[in-house]
Design a protein around this ligand. Structure first.
Ligand SMILES: C[S@@+](CC[C@H](N)C(=O)[O-])C[C@H]1O[C@@H](n2cnc3c(N)ncnc32)[C@H](O)[C@@H]1O
Length: 206
C-alpha cells in the first residue's frame, strides 16, 4: 500500500524537511488526494472565474504552490488557458509538467516569492498552498502587496490555517487594510473523505 503523507506534512515546520517530504510525496499525491476527494482547487476556480473579465480570464494566471498540478487542472476545467505554476518542490513540479496544463513552471526559493515575479500577474491562485505544512503565513501579504491595482489573489485556508494565530493575523491584516476588497469568503468541503473544511477567498487589490 502506498505511504500516506496527509498526516505527516502538518507535523513538519522546517522548510528543507518539508520540501523533501513534498518531493517524496509527489508520485502518490494525486492518488491520495483523489481517493480522499480533494475539493478545494475546483472551489477556488469556480469562485474566481465569474469575477474576471474576458481579457483577465485569457491572461496568464500564477498558480502559486501548484504542487503536482491538481490546482492547474481545476483552473483549466473552468476555462483558464494560460496557467503558470510555481513551487519549491522540484518533485511536485515534475508531476505538474506531465499534466500538460501549465504554460510555464518555475522553481521557487523557500519563503516568500519574488515580488517581481508576482507583479507580472493580475490573478494569482494559492490552493492549499498557504498553510501550516506548506508556505509560510508571510506569503499572503507578500503576494497580495505585489499584485497590480485591480489584481486578485484567490486562495484557500484549511482548518490548520484557520486555527493558527499567525495565519489568521496575516489574513486580517490584509482583508482589513484599505488596499483590499474581500470579494469571496466561503467555507465548504476541503478533503471530503476526511470531512475537513476550508475557506475559499478572493481578495482584490484596490
Ligand atoms: C498541499 S500542496 C498544494 C498543491 C496544489 N496547489 C494542490 O492544490 O494540490 C502545498 C504545496 O505548496 C508548496 N510550497 C510549500 N512552501 C512553499 C513556498 N514557500 N513557496 C511556494 N510553494 C510552496 C509545496 O511544495 C506543495 O507543493
Amino acid at each position: 500500500m502506498a505511504e500516506k503523507y496527509l498526516d505527516k506534512i502538518y507535523g513538519v515546520s522546517d522548510a528543507e524537511t518539508q520540501r523533501a517530504l513534498y518531493d517524496q510525496w509527489a508520485e502518490s499525491y494525486d492518488s491520495e488526494l483523489d481517493d480522499a476527494r480533494y475539493a478545494t482547487p475546483s472551489r477556488i476556480a469556480r469562485a474566481l472565474k465569474p469575477l474576471l473579465k474576458e481579457a483577465e480570464l485569457a491572461a496568464p494566471v500564477l498558480d502559486f504552490g501548484c504542487g503536482t498540478g491538481l490546482s492547474g487542472e481545476a483552473l483549466a476545467a473552468e476555462g483558464f488557458t494560460r496557467i503558470h505554476g510555481a513551487d519549491v518542490s522540484t518533485g511536485m513540479l515534475e508531476m505538474a509538467r506531465a499534466k500538460g496544463c501549465y504554460e510555464t513552471l518555475t522553481p521557487l526559493p523557500f519563503g516568500n516569492p519574488d515580488p517581481g515575479l508576482v507583479s507580472r500577474y493580475r490573478t494569482v491562485t494559492a490552493a492549499g498552498a498557504i498553510s501550516p505544512g506548506a508556505a509560510p503565513a508571510s506569503c499572503l501579504p507578500a503576494i497580495f502587496m505585489a499584485l497590480p491595482s485591480g489584481g486578485r489573489l484567490a486562495l484557500s485556508y484549511n482548518e490548520k490555517a484557520l486555527e493558527d494565530e499567525e495565519y489568521m493575523n496575516m489574513l486580517t491584516r490584509i482583508t482589513e487594510s484599505s488596499e483590499a476588497v474581500l470579494e469571496v469568503s466561503e467555507d465548504g468541503p476541503h478533503i471530503e473523505g476526511l470531512g475537513s473544511v476550508s475557506r475559499v477567498m478572493v481578495i482584490r487589490r484596490r
